[in-house]
Design a protein around this ligand. Structure first.
Ligand code: CO
Length: 658
């Protein structure tokens, strides 16, 4: 009787695919000791987006999370997902950083590292595999499954042989989009088992298109040894097929399955509660749980689909979803058929969104796409469309050879720079992976995560009858979901992206003319009294009262608050009107506006500075990408409205050139 084993993904991939990785440690801690007894081949608990989300949204140290899971699950192999030379981010890191990251992952409790490269360029896997072996952990070499005119069975088998010679201990077929059908799974699994029979073969897929159960069964028939599954309440849709269902079916078919059914029942009961909570607060969108066969055409991975939906919602452009989905395969073909997996999935997805929202293809291009076109991410499966490459790159030279070879070691240097701030080597790695987010996290941690504390103003009422004044919040106000008329006591949930770096927090309120009056909003448990007036004039409030210069708590009550022209403008939210230049710009001046909603990541110009056409003025962070906003004409910088960390909407004024 042949044995089939299971990797449980509920804490990583199912969490990431269904609820954008928002599961905090405290919420799943009670089930860990039970999970440890289920008999899983491994539990995938770390890597992927968990790291970023812990730091950015959950106020959790990801390393600490890993250590805690390790302590509660001593008998189960803990697994993580690593993007080869990209580690967990979207760019290439130097080899010393890759090695340190692997070393500390293993030191903190990881047993199996599944290592992949978005382009299946094995040169990008070499260092991570080598270091995993040096650390005594298990390196699982991964093929990103995709279909295209250039992806053939022979090519995949050749890659498996390359991986074996690099020293991997297992092979994983990673079908991140749920597009691998039963026949493809059978043929590919059989070919791989034929080429490297001694290596366990793991199948990773998603239920997005509804193929997953059939795909898993046929892969097992062809010799696959391990299946990635998720406990039933967190399975299906953009996540993995259900653990219990596959265990049941495989046993009936005569395979040996060493899972403890009683434990699985306890886990399922527990995660039913978790699912209910996330459905209730809107984090779990029922769309993500449905079967969507369009993905067979669009090849959108689970995590990417739920991200695309939430990003478009944030831009008030969810009606553009179909258009963005249709644009995605076109962008992919232009870029040489990269498999769609992080980071290429984000890059292709956000480029498709930008092509649709900007009304012109490749008018707005993220920094990452530029780097990709230069060859920084590795060899593309097919050549990039030369005309598009030219439009994106201009005269920028291409990269020769392996990009990481050109990178200077970074770890020790960064460690010195962070002396006094980083408390450990793990902190240094967090910082290297996500500098801004990690720095904000360190500051919050130093301050005891102040945003989560009960606000002083909310303490029991003072002796006098007069209630204590609430702190006044000044800022750029626009929020799509505030009902009108706004009344006191409304609690608003900040819209993503909302990082701790913003001081004061930017409540997003707008797209309605009638959001005026005085009211109280609660942000992260802190009430702020806010008065909002209609803006008659130009974008003065934003420019005149830059956030950084007006700390929240300092001001007494009832200071006039933002009602910034751009955001409060009642233009139809879904159709970014690029024509409207803010009134603040006089004749002869040029307004440089935000091409899309996002956060100001860097301001690269100063008032008085001479700039040439094409010089980068501001860098935005949008859709997890860095978007450079360049000067359309040469001139002098007259004013800079953009402040680092602030939220901007489409057509918000960033810089005025004269
Ligand atoms: Co996945």
């Amino acid at each position: 009787m042949r044995k089939v084993q299971f990797t449980e993904t509920v804490l990583r991939d199912a969490n990431q695919s269904l609820i954008a990785t928002r599961l905090p440690y405290s919420k799943f801690e009670p089930i860990l000791e039970t999970m440890d007894k289920a008999g899983f081949y491994s539990a995938e608990v770390w890597g992927g987006a968990t790291f970023d989300v812990c730091l950015r949204y959950l106020q959790e140290d990801p390393w600490d999370r890993l250590r805690k899971i390790r302590a509660k699950m001593p008998n189960t192999k803990l697994q993580m997902l690593l993007r080869g030379q990209n580690i967990l981010g979207y760019k290439h890191y130097p080899d010393d950083v890759v090695r340190k990251f692997v070393e500390y992952s293993v030191k903190n409790g990881i047993d199996i590292i599944r290592i992949f490269d978005a382009l299946n360029d094995v040169r990008n896997l070499e260092v991570a595999i080598d270091e995993t072996n040096k650390q005594g952990a298990h390196a699982s070499g991964t093929i990103c499954f995709t279909t295209s005119p250039v992806h053939t069975l022979e090519k995949n088998v050749q890659m498996v042989k390359d991986l074996k010679s690099m020293g991997v201990q297992s092979i994983c077929i990673k079908d991140m989009a749920g597009i691998m059908g039963p026949k493809e799974a059978y043929d590919l699994s059989a070919a791989i088992k034929d080429a490297v029979p001694e290596l366990p073969l793991v199948i990773h897929t998603h239920c997005t298109t509804g193929l997953a159960f059939m795909t898993c069964l046929k892969a097992v028939e062809a010799g696959a040894d391990v299946l990635d599954t998720a406990i039933s309440p967190m399975s299906g849709g953009t996540a993995q097929p259900a653990t219990e269902t596959l265990a049941y079916a495989l046993r009936h078919l005569g395979y040996e399955v060493d899972l403890d059914d009683k434990v699985l029942i306890k886990m399922a009961d527990f995660f039913k509660g978790v699912r209910a909570d996330f459905l209730k607060d809107g984090t779990l969108d029922p769309i993500s749980m449905a079967t969507d066969t369009q993905c067979l055409n669009y090849q959108i991975p689970g995590g990417m689909l739920s991200n695309l939906i939430s990003q478009l919602k944030m831009m008030n452009a969810i009606d553009k979803l179909d258009e963005a989905l249709a644009e995605t395969p076109k962008v992919r073909a232009d870029l040489g058929y990269p498999p769609l997996v992080t980071p290429t999935s984000q890059m292709v997805g956000s480029q498709a969104v930008q092509n649709v929202l900007a009304g012109e293809r490749y008018k707005v291009v993220g920094k990452e796409i530029k780097a990709y076109c230069r060859g920084e991410y590795g060899r593309t499966p097919a050549p990039i469309d030369p005309d598009i490459q030219k439009k994106i790159l201009g005269d920028t030279p291409l990269v020769e050879g392996r990009f990481a070879d050109s990178l200077e070691p970074e770890f020790e240097k960064t460690k010195k720079e962070l002396a006094g701030v980083a408390k450990s080597d793990e902190d240094v790695l967090s910082y290297i992976a996500f500098p801004q987010v990690a720095m904000a996290f360190f500051k919050d941690r130093e301050a005891g995560f102040p945003k989560k504390e009960a606000p002083k103003a909310a303490a029991p009422a003072p002796k006098k009858a007069e209630p204590a004044p609430l702190p006044t919040w000044q800022g750029h106000v626009y929020y799509a979901n505030v009902p009108a008329p706004v009344i006191s006591g409304y609690t608003a949930r900040p819209i993503e992206p909302f990082a701790a770096t913003y001081q004061p927090p930017h409540l997003v309120m707008g797209n309605r003319e009638d959001c005026t009056g005085t009211f109280t909003v609660t942000i992260d448990g802190k009430p702020y009294q806010v008065s909002v007036e209609k803006a008659d004039g130009p974008a003065a409030p934003v420019a005149a009262a830059p956030v950084a210069a007006a700390p929240v708590a300092a001001a007494p009550v009832a200071a006039p608050v933002a009602a910034p022209a751009p955001a409060a403008a009642p233009a139809p939210a879904a159709a970014p009107a690029h024509a409207a230049a803010p009134a603040a710009v006089s004749a002869g001046e040029t307004a440089v506006n935000s091409p899309m909603p996002g956060n100001v990541f860097k301001v690269e110009c100063k008032v008085g500075q001479q700039v040439n056409a094409g010089d980068v003025l501001v860098v935005l962070e949008a859709m997890k990408m860095e978007i450079e906003v360049s000067a359309p004409v040469a001139g002098t910088v007259k004013s800079v409205s953009a402040t680092v960390g602030s939220t901007v909407n489409t057509d918000d004024l960033l810089v005025v050139l004269g």
